[in-house]
Design a protein around this ligand. Structure first.
Ligand SMILES: Nc1ncnc2c1ncn2[C@@H]1O[C@H](COP(=O)(O)OP(=O)(O)O)[C@@H](O)[C@H]1O
Ligand SMILES: [Mg+2]
Length: 264
């Protein structure tokens, strides 16, 4: 059984997708089999993993599996990633593109928030982890992920609005998820501080995240690195000397992940 972990923040641009992809990479390097489910219609996780929609091939996406509303439907949309790396075979992808927006129309349909869980049941058994990369909201697409997940990791920047958005996620998971999503065992396992710079304001905000979330904050914090952003937009794994620092940071973050969210 895969342990399903949703990476969430109510704010965009804080590094949810980067963290999802780099944790998948770290876990694969550690020998784990990882399924990445792209739950953002922007499809950034899919692109970062080197998956691109081909209008001739018309590859299936997670939207179709959710629409199907049948047990294990996600099996039909899981595909290899596009990276050239020795561990790439241990990462698989349920990709997304803009059509995932269409699932929003079902937000008001009774029980529709269970459809991703239904689609994944039986489809992700052969993985150690399923990482769910969420859009910057706590509305329907994120709720699909939270209904399917066992655990939550909040990704944030050391920024006041990102922290407020992280608190909204915490409250949603702790207060609303048990009732509205019938997922009382959903648990926040970690908070990742991303894109930290060396300014005094950032240090203050980092300390305030530690005050708010305490031991949930994982080490290390991820520094702001242009090479990390470039590897993302170039759809590349973190290999080579230019990405040595972020690569080492994400290896350590992967160790924190494995400690906080042990595989079953
Ligand atoms: N640690 C970092 N250093 C530099 N750039 C980063 C870092 N983390 C993310 N980025 C960049 O910031 C942008 C937003 O990151 P992304 O992971 O897409 O955030 P989200 O998924 O929360 O919207 C992307 O262009 C990404 O490459
Ligand atoms: Mg994203």
């Amino acid at each position: 059984m895969a342990r399903r972990v949703a990476l969430v923040n109510n704010k965009g641009g804080v590094g949810k997708t980067t963290t999802t992809v780099r944790l998948a990479e770290g876990l694969a390097k550690a020998g784990k089999r990882v399924l990445v489910v792209d739950m953002d219609p922007q499809g950034n996780a899919s692109s970062m993993l080197g998956w691109f929609y081909d209008h001739g091939l018309k590859q299936p996406t997670i939207s179709q599996a959710i629409r199907a509303d049948t047990e294990g439907a996600a099996a039909g949309v899981i595909q290899p990633i596009g990276w050239d790396a020795p561990y790439a075979g241990r990462i698989a992808l349920a990709p997304a593109r803009l059509t995932l927006e269409n699932r929003m129309a079902e937000a008001g349909v009774d029980g529709a928030w269970l459809r991703l869980d239904t689609a994944l049941n039986g489809a992700d058994d052969s993985f150690d982890y399923t990482l769910l990369d969420c859009p910057p909201s706590v509305f329907h697409l994120t709720q699909l992920a939270l209904a399917a997940a066992d655990d939550v990791v909040i990704v944030t920047e050391a920024d006041i609005y990102a922290i407020e958005a992280a608190e909204r996620v915490r409250d949603f998971v702790n207060v609303r998820a048990p009732k509205s999503l019938a997922n009382p065992t959903l648990t926040i396992r970690g908070v990742v501080i991303n894109a930290l710079t060396t300014t005094a304001v950032q240090a203050e905000q980092r300390d305030s995240i530690r005050r708010i979330f305490g031991d949930l904050v994982w080490d290390p914090t991820i520094k702001h690195r242009t090479t990390l952003a470039e590897a993302g937009t170039d759809a590349l794994p973190l290999t080579g000397p230019r990405t040595a620092e972020p690569r080492a940071s994400f290896e350590l973050l992967t160790a924190s992940f494995l400690k906080a969210v042990p595989a079953e």
